[in-house]
Design a protein around this ligand. Sequence first.
Ligand code: ATP
Length: 212
Amino acid sequence: METIGIFGGTFNPIHNGHLALANSVLNTLHCAQIRLIPAAVPPHKETPAVTAEHRAAMVALAIQDQPQLVLDTCELARQGPSYTIDTLHLLRQRFPAQALCLIMGQDSYQKLPSWHRWQALLDACHLLVVHRADCDEQLSLHAAHAGRLIDIARAAHMFAQQTHGLISFLPNPPPDLSSTRIRAELQAQSPAITTALPPLVLRYIQQNHLYQ
Ligand code: ATP
């Protein structure tokens, strides 16, 4: 069975940490594709000043030379908060016979119990948690997920055996970048920004006068 990665985020803006994460998951899980899904209305953050259309356009530019990374704008068409569980149900209809794997940084996993219907997530997908700098070296598993964790060395094989229900932890963190810090550096016009963003994304931000 093919495994499809699902990588949701605010992408405000997408940065090289997101891309390194996606590429390391591609290499580890041998996914057929990873779908990057910008949240229109992130349930846990203030509604971004930069529109979902701009954030999606930046994602498209960042991945344009990587055919296995696919922009999916399904959340932009929905009203109200962009709940991941709704997105997963939509994707399950589109991909009934594939393994779906939701990808998230460790900081997101720690906050999972605040997500809408979080206990239902594993009925729709597998979960791959990626270590994030500043988080613990080990994943502390939520009690509701006991018995679901498998070693990362077996994840590519095991995820492809069933459509949903397992968790694994990828221990090597992507570069220590965050969109919040990047927005601050853009406002301060810091020269360090050029290493944090794909060049086409930086140019798009400058041309559209975003994050000023
Ligand atoms: P912010 O700083 O505004 O919170 P962010 O950089 O975390 O933003 P998001 O778009 O919210 O970006 O992240 C989407 C997903 O990518 C989340 O699950 C987050 O944990 C993960 N992620 C983002 N950057 C990294 C990174 N450098 N290392 C590991 N995971 C990351």
